[in-house]
Design a protein around this ligand. Structure first.
Ligand code: CAA
Length: 286
């Protein structure tokens, strides 16, 4: 049994909106935060579109969609997170931004045993925990995109995460959200990205060097290895800015060339070609 009823989600981008959606569909009261009204509106619309998609594919009734929407509220004021049992931070993959969020959450979240979780893919949980006065209640809960579809959550305790925080987080993810947990040590990339990011970067290097076309690289892995999508389309789905940010954190941590972002990725991010979310990346989505 989980004692978590009121969830706060900081950030309503690709990941935050997905996390908010699955929490609301699981019957929880969800409060979503963004830095301004436009970002909040975009997040609200993303959630509504995703719920409509679930209705269209017969996974959700219209009544359940409306009930899930009714359990969600939206705010630009983190001060409203005082009564949350669990907060999941899902802002951009930028260390100082995340540190600032954790410092603020520590000030505003009132419940003494509230869990402060991060959906970071690569920033050490220990650093985020030390931005608070309650490091024993800080933990990594790393979801996968698209959150409503993918069943995995990586659970990353820091050196100081309490046993109670770990047990309550795991019970929440498995018992309430119905997802599967894998545990990872607090190392940049955790389990999945430590394997996935070098693969995506290799595909980008392959394209950059003229070895093969984007379509052939992706078809190779879809048809030859039965992956649901090829590496370049997957990088577009994740977002090229996020792919770069995760690679940079891993490079910073391990100093291994296999984590170093290739120039083509850097130039595409500079150009604002961020993948599906910006309308163009390795493929055109407009
Ligand atoms: N939101 C909600 N539901 C979605 C969705 C989305 N964005 N995209 C697809 N779906 C649902 C569809 O509604 C559909 O549901 P039904 O079967 O009930 O109709 C189902 O997923 C399959 O979708 P499609 O038929 O449209 O397309 P598909 O079969 O090609 O699947 C996919 C799309 C689920 C994205 C699949 O290609 C896939 O799983 N790709 C790999 C994704 C992946 O590896 N993600 C991990 C990224 S790494 C990460 O997130 C972490 C990080 O730190 C970087």
């Amino acid at each position: 049994m989980s004692d978590i009823r009121r969830v706060g989600v900081v950030g309503a981008g690709l990941m935050g909106s997905g996390i908010a959606e699955v929490c609301a569909r699981a019957g929880l009261d969800v409060l979503v935060n963004e830095i301004n009204g436009d970002a909040l509106d975009a997040g609200r619309q993303r959630i509504a579109r995703s719920l409509d998609r679930a209705v269209r594919s017969g996974k959700l009734s219209e009544a359940d969609r409306d009930a899930a929407l009714g359990r969600m509220s939206f705010t630009t004021d983190l001060g409203e997170f005082a009564d949350r049992d669990l907060v999941v931070e899902a802002v951009i993959e930028h260390e100082q931004t995340k540190l600032d969020v954790f410092t603020t959450l520590d000030k505003v979240v009132g419940r003494e045993d509230a869990i402060l979780a991060s959906n970071t893919s690569s920033i050490p949980i220990m650093k985020l925990a030390m931005a608070t006065r309650r490091p024993q209640q800080v933990i990594g809960l790393h979801f996968f995109n698209p959150v409503p579809v993918l069943k995995l959550v990586e659970l990353i305790p820091s050196l100081l995460s309490g046993a109670d925080t770990q047990a309550r987080s795991e019970a929440f993810v498995t018992g309430v959200l119905g997802k599967t947990v894998v545990r990872s040590q607090d190392r940049a990339g955790f389990v999945v990205n430590a394997l996935l990011i070098p693969y995506l970067l290799s595909a980008i290097r392959m394209l950059e060097s003229g070895f093969a076309s984007a379509e052939d690289i992706d078809n190779g892995m879809v048809l030859g290895c039965n992956h649901p999508m090829g590496p370049l389309r997957l990088a577009d789905l994740i977002g090229l800015d996020t792919t770069k940010a995760v690679a940079d954190s891993m490079y910073e941590e391990f100093k291994e060339p296999l984590y170093s972002a290739p120039p083509l990725l850097l130039r595409m991010v500079d150009a604002g070609l961020l993948g599906r979310k910006s309308g163009r990346g390795f493929y055109d989505y407009s």
